[in-house]
Design a protein around this ligand. Sequence first.
Ligand SMILES: Nc1ncnc2c1ncn2[C@@H]1O[C@H](COP(=O)(O)OP(=O)(O)OP(=O)(O)O)[C@@H](O)[C@H]1O
Ligand SMILES: [Mg+2]
Length: 259
Amino acid sequence: MAKQIDVSDLNIYYGSFLAVEDVNMMIEPRSVTALIGPSGCGKSTFLRSLNRMHEVVPGGRVTGKVAMDGQDLYGDGVDPVNVRRHVGMVFQRPNPFPTMSIYDNVAAGVKLNSGRMRKADLDELVEKTLRGANLWEEVKDRLNRPGSSLSGGQQQRLCIARAIAVKPAVLLMDEPCSALDPISTVAIEDLMYELKKEFTIVIVTHNMQQAARVSDRTGFFNIAGTGKPGKLIEMDRTQRIFSNPQVKATEDYITGRFG
Ligand SMILES: Nc1ncnc2c1ncn2[C@@H]1O[C@H](COP(=O)(O)OP(=O)(O)OP(=O)(O)O)[C@@H](O)[C@H]1O
Ligand SMILES: [Mg+2]
């Protein structure tokens, strides 16, 4: 289920503006990869290129290749909607469907994908997914309340449940904890540790401790100046990036000397 991602010679544009230049990256299945770097260096842009969300922006386009288990996501005849079904995404601000119930937030994508399902099967899937997102105990008695009735941290776990309910191969998370308190953050980090047994996870974070805690590998992106493209400067095992980076700019960033 979890897939390997191979990015080669990837350039990402907004119209004529080259936002991210020449990324080559391999991401192993069943791992957490953290992407770090200063604001504006293209982390979110790169992340959205992994599920073809980038091209939703007018003028958004890429050159190069993103392969999942060998299949090029940008190949001829590939349906971007289908790609997004297999590569889920969680955003910075929890965005549950506000008026939809907690239950339906989890079930919505599944209903859309698999058409009619027996109520008992759907109930079972919703429970299993909410358990998988470490949220079941907190919501099992109020599944019919709206998604917006939950706390911020609970809403973010609901969004993760919604994303994993359709069993994606890859889960992308763009600063998923930046709007959360420390306790909710720990809950999400614990969850990532569990989820990587089944999914390939890529997370953007500004929190160095978080990158060090949750990820197996870390990629450092940087930008030479305003208007210049972001680049992947260095990628390695997380422990190595934080203890013995090979590039001075990486060391300066992780030790807080800039960024
Ligand atoms: N919709 C857009 N249209 C045009 N340019 C954009 C758009 N979104 C982002 N950019 C530009 O692309 C570059 C990379 O932006 P991006 O949001 O990917 O950076 P980031 O590393 O995620 O930053 P942050 O850490 O602040 O979230 C920036 O120069 C930004 O201004
Ligand atoms: Mg961003």
